[in-house]
Design a protein around this ligand. Structure first.
Ligand code: PLP
Length: 411
């Protein structure tokens, strides 16, 4: 048979049909092309502190280097004992209830653990309540696991607090868990304990697992206090996620952890699933685990960035002020994290496709933001900006955004 056969098409699995992660989506490809052509792009799209001149504390770098020779082998699937012990002490500081060494799992970033937890929990058709807007990995991971992310609304008029009414309206017999992201990406909200308690009450009534993503818990502005979800309930299973990527500015180390707190007795089967999946991936990157003990126990240099005089606080202030000066643009002042989620008045800026808008912004002004719909926000009227660049770069970027929007303004 000399006839040339058409090669068989290789297609992605149907498991990916409802999975998307648009923070690194198609617009980024255009940005790469522009850079290849020699353009300089102002990037306000990814929450990665290192490229913006934020350095990890020197002492944790030293720890990783010093321990490198003894970090060649695999470790326990859940992670190094010394690192987990330090995380346990952190739980005591944050008043997270009932955590032993075996309740702590170290992963290659929180990202790995989110995917792992969703795989362990969700059967086909199971539902997970996820905020809108969200950090979209939660939605992607729930859907990849065969479940279905159902979005509850956060209320911009209430400083982006979750709407308890909407949460209650969206619980069904298929709901297995609820996710809180606090402090929040992309809105910068830090939830008052009363709001968290209301969510816990819903979880209690319907037997839901509570997932609390607290990776920004040390990036707090204006004296706001962060209270861990796990500190507010000891009668429910609470799964808390945290890590080194943001507060300790070493996202590239890929070091995060997951803590099980509260009442674990009814969850023995789920936990055995977590244990199995943790062993299947053998263990997390060992050298980076050596950073955890000193990071948590050492000098908390992140405070120098968020207190008056600190770079992160100054940048938030500049960005917030300048965004609100653009006609038709309004932005709730973030109390934490590294982002802003401004609203564009739909009367002034009737947008049909916010991804297209962000692409046009890139092509016309050589700057990169992420569209609100990438965070599962239902209407095309928000953008997310990252407040990591130096103040002068943020000002430059927001000036470009203002110029771009002025060309599009109706009314
Ligand atoms: N959770 C939230 C809310 C995030 O914003 C991010 C990263 O941006 C992550 C988790 C992922 O963190 P990691 O670097 O630990 O995988």
């Amino acid at each position: 048979d000399t006839e040339q056969r058409k090669p068989r098409e290789i297609r992605k699995s149907h498991k990916l049909d409802n999975v998307c992660y648009d923070i690194r989506g198609p617009v980024l490809e255009h940005a790469k092309r522009l850079e290849d052509e020699g353009h300089r792009i102002l990037k306000l799209n990814i929450g990665n502190p290192a490229p913006f001149g934020f350095e990890a504390p020197e002492e944790i770098l030293q720890d990783v280097m010093r321990n490198l020779p003894t970090a060649q082998g695999y470790c326990d699937s859940k992670g190094l004992y010394s690192a987990r012990k330090a995380i346990m002490q952190e739980c005591q500081r944050k008043d997270i209830q009932g955590v032993g060494i075996e309740d702590i799992y170290i992963g290659n970033g929180v990202s790995e653990l989110i995917v792992l937890a969703m795989q362990a929990l969700l059967d086909d058709g199971d539902e997970l309540l996820v905020p809108a807007p969200d950090y979209p990995l939660w939605t992607a991971a729930a859907n990849l696991a065969g479940g279905r992310a159902v979005h509850y609304l956060c209320d911009e008029a209430q400083d982006w607090a979750p709407s308890i009414e909407d949460i209650r309206a969206k619980v069904t017999t298929h709901t297995k868990g609820i996710v809180l992201i606090n402090p929040n990406n992309p809105t910068g909200a830090v939830y008052p304990p009363s709001v968290v308690k209301d969510i816990l009450q819903v979880a209690r009534e319907y037997g839901l697992v509570v997932f609390s993503d607290e990776i920004y818990d040390k990036i707090l502005y204006d004296d706001v206090e962060h209270v861990s979800t796990g500190a507010l309930a000891d009668d429910l299973l609470v799964v808390t996620m945290n890590g080194l990527s943001k507060s300790y500015r070493c996202a590239g180390f890929r070091s995060g952890w997951m803590i099980l707190s509260g009442d674990k007795r009814p969850a023995a089967d789920f936990i055995s699933g977590l244990d199995m999946l943790a062993s299947m991936r053998l263990c997390a990157n060992v050298p980076a685990q050596h950073a955890i003990q000193t990071a948590l126990g050492g000098y908390q240099s992140v405070n120098d960035l968020v207190l008056p005089g600190g770079r992160l606080l100054a940048q938030r202030d500049v960005a917030w002020k300048k965004l609100n000066e653009i006609p038709g643009v309004s932005c709730v002042k973030p109390k934490g994290a590294l982002y802003m989620f401004p609203r564009l008045d739909p009367e002034m800026y009737p947008i049909e496709d916010d991804q297209q808008l962000v692409l046009e912004l890139l092509l016309e002004e050589k700057m990169l933001l992420v569209q609100g719909s990438a965070f599962n926000w239902p209407t095309p009227d928000h953008l997310r900006i990252v407040t990591l660049p130096y103040a002068d770069q943020l000002e430059e970027a927001i000036d470009r955004l203002a110029r771009f929007l002025a060309r599009r303004r109706k009314a």
